[in-house]
Design a protein around this ligand. Structure first.
Ligand SMILES: *[C@@H]1O[C@H](CO)[C@@H](O)[C@H](O)[C@H]1NC(C)=O
Ligand SMILES: *[C@@H]1O[C@H](CO)[C@@H](O)[C@H](O)[C@H]1NC(C)=O
Ligand SMILES: *[C@@H]1O[C@H](CO)[C@@H](O)[C@H](O)[C@H]1NC(C)=O
Ligand SMILES: *[C@@H]1O[C@H](CO)[C@@H](O)[C@H](O)[C@H]1NC(C)=O
Ligand SMILES: *[C@@H]1O[C@H](CO)[C@@H](O)[C@H](O)[C@H]1NC(C)=O
Ligand SMILES: *[C@@H]1O[C@H](CO)[C@@H](O)[C@H](O)[C@H]1NC(C)=O
Ligand SMILES: *[C@@H]1O[C@H](CO)[C@@H](O)[C@H](O)[C@H]1NC(C)=O
Length: 925
């Protein structure tokens, strides 16, 4: 019995050795001094595992068996510390007790979270270090130039720490003469004028990553290139906005052994230099997001570009988002060894690509021709010789028939090619006007990403459930009932908006894996009936749009289970009854549009108390009654408040000046966006921790405001620029509270068709940004305040149908309005309604005031685009996909932190936004 137990123990020990360390030699006996030093170090970190558990299991006496600790198997000294595989959140500061580990050669803290602490200077005293990896570890502050003392260093990685910067020059690096790999990406090197000199004289340097470092430009004259090292094989200078003159002279001196070169997102201008053809070892070339053009000889096909295309190992070419034009089609077929070809965002005229161009592309796996205006015309029955894993043809001309050759991309055709059947398909806006072929869902369900939006694809769905992750079918002609979907452990998004789906949406209760759904858009369809009460199974839903259908009945109370919800639109339906009080649980809501329904009851006070993140609130066009609860003033982020066309009475609560968003200029980008970051397929490890993501997708869901005024629709793609209060068509009484004048950022104020009285706010001119002011059809009396003439942006003014009198104040602005803006008042005079005030107008008949018929009429106007109102639409999906492996950690980290998130989206979208190219970009390895 006891021998059995000890046998088991030995076995257990052997297995845990294998699992945890892959080294179980008897020789590694921990030194007592080192054990103490390690415990001190452990204590200093106050580290937590990412799941909140204690991360260290450093209990046994034998410190060489501790997790992350590696000793020399003969001497027993600690040589390596590697915590990269067990991400920690670190609250303390790293203890210098590590200095007692005199034999330490390798330190890997990559992907831990040091919570913005400084890079410790004492690292510079770990004299034997060959490897120091602090990448993506949330460090902050200056790079200690003392690191230049680490003369044995071969690998130095500080990349992915966006708040780390270098003070002054990079001279300290030149002491690291054994350096083979250097990664400083995302650190701030804007003062390092000597970077290219220092780099080109590191004799052994093979891998260099300086992505997004704000590198300063070097003029070629100040560049000393004598004895430049040519050991570089991997070079990444992307996203530095460097001009050609700062890169080329230096680059072509150090490039003879380059295998991978990334110059994307710089300011490279002019033709692609032929010198690229001299890089005989090159396999991967990223020149995307620059200002490159094709030279005449490159179009003819005898240039460097075609030379490299013939190199047998040349695998990746990315020329996306440049200014390439002219006839690419003549040379495209020559690049026959490519695995990855990306040319999106160039304007190759109306070129036609046919199967002949693709005849040499046996190895192609990833193809991106989006936003090129290329026409792809293949004979039906064509069987390509390649097997793609990613196909992106957004806004190419593919139609009108559905491309039947896609069917072959799920089959294994060429056994010589590494197999990875298609996983990513984007054929949106490609002019397809056809029914979806019967084989499609058989072949294509389960793909990571399918986008077929903005076509005219028709057809119904099969009865069985369809397995999807990200699916965008919006703006098509699909019909029939809502399909049943099934999702799995990946966060998924479904957009079926702007089609012709019909019937009930009760299939949502039978979605498998609904828990993984983050975005669900069924708007602008023909759905009807009652919305089933089964939202309890969607805890991660952040955006739900059921707008512009024919739903009726009351709002399901399980909507209150959507605790992650940021956006809810139910507008344009026939929902009735009161707001379920459960809705107050949706505390993350930023955007709530319930307009144009038949909802009734009072405006609940919890809207102001519990939904305190609201930026947009519209209850327009319902049957709400009672007063405006003063609790509503608690919505300090509110930018649009639309309560128009209801039966609301009472006065405007004076606390409205609590809408601080409207009162202060905030430097923040006020755009309302829903970001959904997904990492593509990944694998669950034994501990239930995510495995490495294969790619990362960012889905941006942007809300757009449409402002309709007298027949012209103005679109505010940045909803944040429009700050508005619309209380028109109600039964509100009293005066405009003085406090309203402190909402200085307000752009639209509509109080028309109410029962307001008293004088118009004397300080109305304080609302400096006002563009639209409608006070018509009330009982305002007295003079028009002179401050009104100070509103220089005012472009729409309506004061008609009131009891106003006296002279219209003089300003270029006020006199330029149509006289109808002032008509039907008791006694207004002066330009523009009369030449001067001596000729007093005969008083008109009794002015009409707000009444129910009046509002019905108003609604008619509204629907014919005559009135003022806000319809907030959704800008659809803009997906940005990053395939590049070396960067995925940095993005992955940003899942946690909204602030960094914004930073990263900004960094990565910047170039394209600046060029106003909307869309989808990709990178690849
Ligand atoms: C540090 O650890 C990570 C994760 O295991 C690994 O990917 C990385 O290559 C290591 N750093 C170095 C410089 O080897
Ligand atoms: C991270 O640092 C901030 C201050 O910089 C602090 O408030 C926060 O508690 C720290 N987090 C952890 C986990 O220590
Ligand atoms: C770095 O080296 C310099 C001179 O080589 C020396 O004076 C200094 O003490 C060293 N610093 C550390 C922290 O070892
Ligand atoms: C980089 O550092 C410089 C000066 O050290 C500073 O002016 C600049 O704003 C920093 N850039 C970024 C993006 O933080
Ligand atoms: C395919 O490759 C052959 C041999 O390199 C070449 O002659 C032919 O022009 C290529 N085809 C196309 C369409 O470019
Ligand atoms: C769908 O769900 C409802 C209620 O949740 C259940 O009664 C019905 O049987 C389900 N239908 C299918 C096809 O699973
Ligand atoms: C308005 O703001 C003031 C000061 O911030 C606060 O005391 C008051 O409670 C707020 N009023 C409402 C109704 O939220």
């Amino acid at each position: 019995m006891s021998s059995m137990r000890s046998h088991k123990l030995v076995l257990f020990f052997a297995i845990s050795c294998l699992l945890l360390h892959e080294k179980c030699t008897d020789a590694s006996v921990c030194k007592e001094s080192e054990r103490k030093a390690l415990l001190e170090f452990q204590h200093s970190l106050q580290a937590l595992g990412v799941s909140g558990n204690d991360a260290f299991f450093w209990i046994s006496e034998e410190c060489c068996l501790w997790r992350g600790v590696y000793c020399n198997s003969f001497t027993g000294y600690v040589e390596m510390l590697d915590f990269s595989d067990q991400p920690l959140v670190v609250a303390g500061t790293i203890s210098p007790s590590l200095l007692k580990l005199h034999h330490l050669t390798s330190l890997n803290f990559s992907s831990n979270d040091f919570n913005g602490s400084l890079i410790p200077e004492f690292f510079a005293s770990l004299k034997k270090l060959k490897l120091l990896d602090l990448s993506n570890a949330n460090f902050r502050g200056p790079i200690p130039s003392l690191l230049g003392n680490l003369s044995m260093l071969e690998t130095l990685r500080l990349g992915g720490n966006g708040r780390v910067f270098n003070v002054g020059k990079l001279e300290w690096l030149s002491h690291l003469s054994r350096l083979k790999e250097l990664d400083l990406s995302f650190t701030n090197l804007s003062n390092a004028n000597d970077w290219s000199q220092v780099i080109s004289h590191l004799p052994l340097l093979q891998k260099l990553s300086l992505r997004h470092c704000g590198l300063p430009s070097i003029s070629s004259s100040s560049l000393s290139l004598a004895n430049s090292s040519t050991s570089l094989t991997y070079l990444d200078l992307s996203d530095n906005n460097l001009p050609s003159s700062a890169i080329y002279p230096w680059l072509f001196n150090v490039s003879s052994n380059l295998v991978s070169l990334d110059l994307s997102s710089n300011q490279l201008k002019g033709p692609i230099p032929e010198a690229f053809g001299n890089m005989k070892a090159i396999q991967e070339l990223y020149l995307n997001d620059n200002l490159l053009v094709l030279a005449e000889n490159q179009v003819r096909g005898d240039s460097g570009l075609n030379e490299i295309g013939k190199l047998p190992d040349f695998r990746v070419l990315d020329l996306g988002y440049n200014l390439l034009n002219g006839s690419i089609s003549k040379s495209i077929g020559q690049l026959s060894n490519l695995r990855v070809l990306r040319l999106p965002g160039n304007s190759f005229g109306g070129d036609v690509i046919s199967e002949a161009h693709f005849s040499n592309f046996t190895y192609l796996q990833k193809l991106d021709l989006s936003y090129t205006s290329l026409t792809l015309r293949f004979n039906s029955g064509w069987i390509p010789s390649f097997q793609l894993s990613q196909l992106l043809l957004c806004s190419c001309k593919l139609g009108p028939r559905f491309p039947d050759w896609l069917r072959t991309q799920m089959d294994v055709l060429n056994p010589d090619v590494e197999i990875s059947s298609i996983d990513y398909l984007d054929i949106s806006a490609s002019g397809i006007s056809d029914s979806l072929p019967y084989w499609f869902w058989d072949k294509f369900q389960g793909l990571s990403y399918i986008n077929m939006s903005f076509n005219r694809i028709s057809g119904t769905f099969p009865n069985n459930s369809i397995h999807i992750i990200h699916l965008d079918l919006s703006s098509n002609n699909f019909s029939g009932p809502l399909p049943r979907f099934s999702l799995d452990y990946n966060m998924g998004t479904i957009n079926l908006s702007k089609s012709k789906f019909t019937g009930s949406v009760s299939p949502i209760c039978n979605f498998t894996g609904a828990v993984y759904l983050t975005l669900f858009d069924l708007s602008n369809n023909l759905f009807s009936g009652v919305v089933p009460d089964c939202f309890g199974s969607f805890p991660f839903l952040t955006a739900l749009n059921l707008g512009d259908n024919s739903f009726s009945g009351s709002l399901p109370s399980s909507l209150g289970s959507l605790v992650s919800l940021e956006m809810l639109s139910l507008r344009g339906n026939k929902f009735s009854g009161v707001l379920p009080s459960s809705l107050q649980n949706c505390a993350k809501l930023k955007f709530l549009d319930l307009s144009d329904n038949e909802l009734s009851g009072e405006i609940p006070m919890w809207i102001g108390q519990k939904l305190s993140s609201l930026v947009f609130l519209s209850l327009q066009g319902n049957q709400f009654r009672g007063r405006i609860p003063h609790q509503l003033c608690g919505l300090k982020y509110l930018q649009i408040l639309d309560l128009s066309v209801n039966k609301i009475s009472g006065t405007i609560p004076p606390c409205l000046n609590n809408f601080t968003s409207m009162a202060k200029k905030v430097s923040l980008d006020r755009r309302i966006e829903h970001h959904i970051l997904d990492t593509g397929p990944r694998f669950l490890s034994l501990e239930g921790v995510y495995g490495e993501p294969i790619w990362i997708i960012q889905v941006r869901y942007v809300d757009e405001a449409l402002l309709t005024w007298k027949g012209t629709k103005q679109s505010y793609p940045q909803l944040g620029l429009l700050l508005a209060i619309d209380l028109s068509c109600n039964k509100l009484t009293g005066e405009i509270p003085e406090e309203l004048s402190s909402l200085q950022e307000l752009v639209v104020l509509n109080l028309s068709r109410n029962l307001f009285n008293g004088k118009i706010l004397q300080k109305i001119g304080y609302i400096r940004q006002l563009e639209v002011l409608d006070l018509s059809r009330n009982k305002f009396s007295g003079n028009i305040p002179t401050s009104l003439s100070e509103l220089t942006f005012l472009s729409n003014l309506n004061l008609s149908y009131n009891d106003l009198s006296g002279k219209i104040p003089t300003s270029t602005q006020l006199q330029s309005f149509d006289p109808s803006s002032f008509s039907h008042n008791r006694g207004l005079c002066g330009p523009p309604i009369s030449p001067n005030c001596s000729m007093v107008e005969p008083p008109p008949g009794k002015p009409t005031v707000g009444s129910e018929e009046d509002c019905d009429e108003f609604m008619k106007w509204f629907y014919t685009g005559m009135g003022l109102g806000f319809a907030v639409g959704l800008w659809g999906f803009c997906s940005v996909v990053f395939f590049k492996r070396s960067w995925r950690h940095s993005y992955y980290r940003y899942l946690d932190s909204a602030k960094d998130w914004v930073y990263v989206s900004f960094v990565l979208l910047k170039t394209r936004l600046v060029r106003r190219i909307k869309g989808l970009s990709t990178r690849s390895d």
